[in-house]
Ligand binder design. Structure first.
Ligand code: GLA
Length: 393
């Protein structure tokens, strides 16, 4: 669905629900990460781009009270949110948690919003690893900018949204998803240094190249507990290596310290987690160089290697995403696929592939057929251009 369609849907829903026309509109995209996975919370590099899938919010003033009434079409549910004080987080996490958290964190920062009614529509698939939650948070924060008439510095906005996710969804995420949803430049991926927040917009608009997203349509329940475990493993590795963040070390130092890891019961696992991070840093740099040189094959090779490292060292892939990458690799450069890897947190969700644009349809068909045969599951496949970040419309 295009952004215009989503806007129309939001407007219709608004009128049906609250009457009249909405006064404010905000949109925030989902994202796909091209490379640099599980690196953000280690202070490393990521390489995401925003996708042409959005959360769109339409809103208008509400009479009386100090609350916002918000309806979401994803669940066909409406809820009220406090605007006068920061609500405590609910124990059970659902869509309300992201809305309440973002409102709370943004207002706490000093923004004042008058009461409003809002509807949320989205075509970012839920739980698909394409940052549906970040796009919801950033969408709500952007709407609050519109309602209050106050712009928030985009870096601060991303950090407030991350805070909302930490405090209200209890997910200790890094900064990648909120950064790219808030700050993406159209036609560009973002090479982001998650330690300094320095970012470079890298053009990704060669018409011969396309980015193909394949949703495995599985989400293993492990993801909730495993993510904090990965963070803890990396923190432990940093401690063993005598650095604050893994970003401050490199592969040779890791190898020199092997004995320290071997001395621990779970040292071998922690060593592999660190090795994933440190080799991924090198792959991000290689990917960036290859992209700049238009060397798609070299860029794709870094993606395949990244997937293997996520599978073997970081252990966040699953049989379904492994199958998708194997299928892509079998099609190969001859068939128009340069590279492919899982994207996002892992344990299901999507893969991202760099492909020859002219062969997109045939590639999608081959992946669909082979994946169905291997798993019995119907994947969802789409090509996307690099979209622009959040905005008031
Ligand atoms: C999730 C988190 C991000 C990042 C990725 C893995 O999407 O929200 O911060 O850590 O996983 O790269």
């Amino acid at each position: 669905m295009s952004l215009n369609h989503l806007l129309q849907r939001a407007d219709c829903a608004y009128t049906a629900r609250f009457g009249g026309e909405p006064l404010w509109h905000a949109a925030a995209p989902g994202r796909v990460n091209l490379i640099g996975e599980h690196t953000d919370y280690n202070g490393g590099f990521v390489f995401p781009m925003a996708i042409e899938r959005y959360t769109v919010i339409a809103a208008g003033p509400r009479a009386g009270g100090k609350k916002a009434a918000v309806w979401t079409d994803t669940f066909d549910e409406e809820a009220e949110f406090e605007l006068a004080r920061k609500e405590p987080p609910a124990e059970k996490v659902d869509w309300r948690s992201y809305v309440a958290g973002t409102i709370g964190c943004v207002l706490e920062k000093g923004l004042a919003a008058d009461p409003f009614n809002a509807v949320i529509v989205s075509d970012v698939p839920l739980g698909g690893g394409l940052s549906s939650s970040a796009s919801l948070e950033v969408g709500v924060a952007t709407l609050l900018e519109a309602v209050s008439g106050t712009a928030i510095d985009p870096v601060e906005k991303a950090l407030l949204c991350q805070k909302a996710e930490h405090e209200y969804a209890f997910m200790p995420c890094g900064i990648m998803d909120q950064f790219i949803s808030a700050m993406a430049a159209e036609g560009h991926a973002m090479q982001l240094d998650c330690r300094s927040f320095e970012r470079k917009n890298v053009p990704l608009s060669d018409p011969r190249i396309a980015v193909l997203v394949t949703n495995s349509n599985v989400k293993h329940t492990l993801s909730g507990s495993e993510y904090p475990q990965r963070r803890a493993d990396c923190a432990k590795a940093a401690e063993l290596l005598g650095v604050r963040l893994l970003r401050e070390t490199a592969v040779p130092a890791l190898e020199d310290s092997r004995a320290k890891f071997d001395a621990l019961d779970d040292g071998e696992r922690i060593y592999r987690r660190a090795r994933h991070f440190l080799t991924e840093e090198e792959r991000v740099a290689r990917f960036a160089q290859a992209l700049a040189a238009g060397d798609w094959q070299a860029a794709g090779e870094a993606m395949y290697e990244g997937h293997r490292s996520l599978k073997e060292d970081y252990e966040v892939t699953c049989p379904e995403t492994d199958a998708l990458v194997e299928i892509a690799e079998r099609i190969g450069a001859g068939g128009g696929v340069y590279g492919s890897r899982m994207t996002g947190g892992g344990f299901g969700g999507c893969t991202v592939s760099l492909i020859e644009a002219g062969k997109a349809e045939s590639i999608a068909e081959q992946i669909r057929t082979a994946y169905r045969k291997a798993t019995g599951i119907e994947p969802a496949i789409f090509v996307t251009r690099a979209a622009a970040g959040a905005r008031i419309l």
